[in-house]
Design a protein around this ligand. Structure first.
Ligand code: PLP
Length: 439
């Protein structure tokens, strides 16, 4: 019997023993297509020789040195690379061990920014429903996934939530994208005015919603309107690209496609591609300057910030993606995936919506297509689909089953950037069979 406290205590999990490219292997010799990289992590696939070589070399040179005594080469080089590719205004990177830590750090940067610049009354965080920003207390308070939050509510700081830009669920029949973008963004301004603009610190959003709703992109102009509202009231815009960032949507950052630059951005999963745990906050010059010209420090830190092994892995992953122009493959294979999903599920009685960007696609399941009514969460449809898919040699990330009754179950498809058309065809075929067997 396992001595690990697994998330699903009664689940019996296969033992993963190997991985090559887009495939994982278990101890019984079964092979799985890794169609979602866990939760959109394994962007380069498994066992990439350039990354394992970089890890070996870094382990031989230096595994760890505390950042209060030393900086290190891979962290410095990774920061240079990330800042060079970041949206306008981003000037520095802060390295942590994952997405939740990145969100916590970004929230504290926002708070310290206003303390340093003489507006200490700004403390309100506005975020969105049907979102996920991590499991630590600050991140959980910020997120809008009710199922994950409910029992921990007494421990969570006060935050404020508005509806996300989620066309399938919230766009009215006959409403143009332009009107819907304006209406969805107006919800932010209304909330700011309700709270008092001088009290609002930050607005936090995933440009493409990941785990809670399943690859939901905003309609055109929504994020531009959000940026304008933040600017109008001096509020910091934090974009959480932990899941949708680092090339997943076909551009290095998802927000590039919306023509928007944040004040703070969080990245993680695809940054290290799963070869090491790593996340980062990318911060803008104005935030850096406030700290540099004020107290001279960021009042926050973890033992493993700028970890040399993690930074070496991320650097190697990002160098391969750039060298091999893998974002071109994300765009080409993303179009192929979208087409194949449309062919297989376009008329499916229980598929309400197929959406996403690049190799980040979601299939939303509904009990009734005409009413968009989700399945009862008690049916645990997402768990059933996962089991059926695993039995067919497919690992795809099932989500949803939220208790707020808005959206139901979905499957998130986020294969590695190296995937080819034949493997995508196999993903869609196995997923179709798994869904048909489960519903
Ligand atoms: N933010 C987003 C958008 C995420 O999808 C996740 C994880 O799924 C997190 C934050 C938290 O990241 P981690 O699980 O690495 O702590």
């Amino acid at each position: 019997m396992t001595k690990i406290l697994h998330r699903q205590i009664h689940a019996s999990l296969p033992v993963a023993v190997g991985g090559q490219g887009a495939h994982l292997l278990d101890a019984d010799g079964r092979s799985y297509i890794d169609a979602s990289g866990g939760a959109a992590v394994s962007c380069l696939g498994h066992g990439h020789p350039d990354v394992t070589a970089a890890l070996h070399a870094q382990a031989d040179r230096l595994a760890y040195a505390h950042t209060s005594f030393f900086t290190n080469e891979p962290a410095e080089r990774l920061a240079e690379m990330l800042v060079a590719g970041a949206p306008q205004g981003i000037s520095h990177a802060y390295f942590v061990s994952g997405g939740s830590e990145a969100i916590e750090a970004a929230l504290k940067m926002a708070r310290q920014y206003f303390v340093e610049t003489g507006e200490p009354q700004r403390r309100n965080i506005i975020a969105r429903r049907q979102s996920y920003h991590g499991n630590t207390l600050g991140a959980l308070a910020t997120g809008g996934n009710e199922m994950r939050r409910t029992q921990f509510r007494p421990l969570l700081i006060e935050t404020h939530h508005i509806d996300p830009c989620y066309a399938y669920r919230f766009q009215e029949p006959g409403e143009s994208d332009e009107s819907y973008a304006a209406r969805a963004a107006q919800a932010l301004e209304d909330k700011v005015l309700e709270l008092g603009p001088e009290t609002v610190m930050a607005f936090v959003a995933e440009p493409v919603v990941g785990a809670t709703a399943g690859a939901v992109p905003p309609v055109a102009d929504y994020l531009k309107r959000i940026r304008a509202i933040c600017d109008r009231y001096g509020i910091l815009l934090i974009l959480d690209e932990v899941m949708c960032g680092m090339g997943r949507t076909g551009t290095l950052h998802a927000c590039e496609q919306d023509g928007v630059a944040p004040d703070l951005m969080t990245v993680a999963k695809g940054l290290g591609g799963g070869y090491q745990p790593i996340g980062a906050v990318l911060l803008s010059q104005k935030i850096f300057d406030a700290f540099a010209n004020g107290s001279g420090l960021f009042q926050h830190g973890h033992t493993y910030i700028c970890h040399p092994m993690a930074c070496a892995a991320a650097l190697a992953v990002q160098e391969v993606i750039a060298r091999d122009d893998l974002l071109a493959n994300v765009r080409a294979m993303g179009a192929h995936l979208s087409r194949r999903l449309g062919e297989r599920f376009g008329n499916h009685a229980h598929v309400g919506d197929i959406r996403g960007r690049g190799l980040f696609m979601g299939v939303e399941l509904v009990q009734d297509r005409s009413t968009k009514a989700p399945f009862d969460p008690k049916l645990k449809l997402n768990a059933k689909i996962k089991r059926e898919a695993m039995a067919r040699g497919l690992a795809a990330y099932p989500g949803g089953g939220t208790i707020d009754g808005v959206n139901g179950d979905h499957v998130l498809i986020a294969p590695p950037f190296i995937i080819d058309a034949a493997t995508i065809d196999a993903v869609v075929e196995r997923l179709g069979d798994a869904i048909d067997a489960a519903v």
